[in-house]
Design a protein around this ligand. Structure first.
Ligand code: NCD
Ligand code: ZN
Length: 334
């Protein structure tokens, strides 16, 4: 049987939530991955070292003995100064910036993206070598939000040349093209944006479990993402943006944004890379590139996938995953 072993798989953008949801979803990542960048958009968001340490402890409790490292992040505030960040540095891997109100639990995000208002914090982050992770969407027309944000990425990249900036969950050719223009811009790409275009979400009957921010875009956008991921462009990393919501928040009037992919991500990536005859690049996309970009030493862990049909469960607790009830052509080795 055809097999592939991935060394130290990493998920560079993950929502683990809290309380009961954390208990359900954390083991589904910690079993399959060596580590993950943990998003700070709890309610309220993680903005102090104390909250961050407590959250990390709750994550550790939820994953039990699994060999998995949570790489913690703070929720960006333009009031973080050098003194605070110097103390925070040993507890965090990065800081995540959300424009205010742009996605799930981002109400406390940044109102003003001017360089002047961000300067104190971003200068300190540059000096302390703390990467900035960005949810890059404007508040414009939904299909144009990410392309409209390109000017912000360009301005940040030029104004803070020593700052590593990760464009999170890119969905457009416009963002893909920025990677080769600015040395300090990097990107994560999700599983679902490699599979979906807008038509899969809203072209027929509406699919709430495929609704997320940023929304899936056009064929040419997906092609640009596939080109980066399948060829393991060195500035691109896998970040699932696995974002669980309880079924009643998804199948409702006012559907929450987020696609839940953590437990099926490696299987679905193996399927996609094999179909495109690029299986040899999967290791770079789900681990090596991230290790170089973030300069981290991940926990040692090997995950073997086998070419054997895997029927995706219809739910995990009260969360419905992508591909629920469907078959994938790769499974995790038992
Ligand atoms: C994420 C969530 O649910 O926390 N939702 C999403 O649609 N991706 C937030 C985010 O990453 O935008
Ligand atoms: Zn996210």
């Amino acid at each position: 049987m055809k097999k592939i072993t991935i060394k130290n798989p990493l998920d560079m953008h993950l929502h683990l939530r809290d309380e009961q949801m954390l208990k359900v979803v954390a083991p589904l990542s910690s079993q399959n991955f060596s580590g993950a960048i943990i998003m700070p958009n709890l309610v309220p968001p993680v903005t102090s070292i104390k909250e961050l340490k407590n959250y990390k402890n709750r994550i550790k409790k939820a994953i039990g003995d699994d060999n998995f490292k949570p790489y913690m992040t703070l929720f960006f505030k333009d009031s973080y100064d050098y003194k605070f960040l110097k103390k925070a540095k040993k507890h965090i891997t990065a800081i995540k910036l959300y424009p205010a109100g742009i996605t799930t639990n981002s109400e406390g995000g940044v109102d003003n993206l001017d360089v002047e208002s961000l300067k104190m914090t971003l200068d300190a982050m540059s000096e302390l070598k703390i990467p900035l992770l960005v949810h890059g969407e404007s508040d414009g027309f939904v299909m144009d939000r990410e392309s409209e944000f390109a000017v912000v990425y360009e301005t940040l990249a030029v104004s803070f040349p020593k700052l590593k900036i990760v464009m999170e969950h890119i969905t457009t050719k416009t963002s893909a093209d920025l990677l080769d223009k600015f040395p300090n811009l990097y990107a994560t790409i999700t599983l679902h944006h490699l599979y979906l275009i807008l038509d899969d979400v809203a072209g027929g009957m509406l699919k709430p479990h495929l609704f997320c921010k940023p929304i899936a875009k056009r064929y040419e956008d997906r092609d640009a993402l596939l080109n980066l991921a399948l060829n393991a462009h060195p500035k691109v990393m896998f970040g699932s943006d696995s974002a669980p919501h309880p079924v009643d928040k998804k199948e409702s009037c006012g559907c929450a944004a987020g696609v839940f992919t953590a437990p099926i991500a490696l299987q679905a990536l193996a399927q996609l890379f094999e179909q495109n005859k690029k299986l040899k690049n999967l290791q770079k996309f789900v681990s090596d590139n991230a290790i170089h970009i973030y300069e981290i030493k991940p926990r040692k862990k090997e995950i073997t996938l086998v070419k054997k049909d895997y029927k995706v469960p219809s739910s995990y607790g009260d969360v419905v995953p992508m591909f629920a009830g469907e078959s994938l052509s790769w499974s995790l080795e038992e």
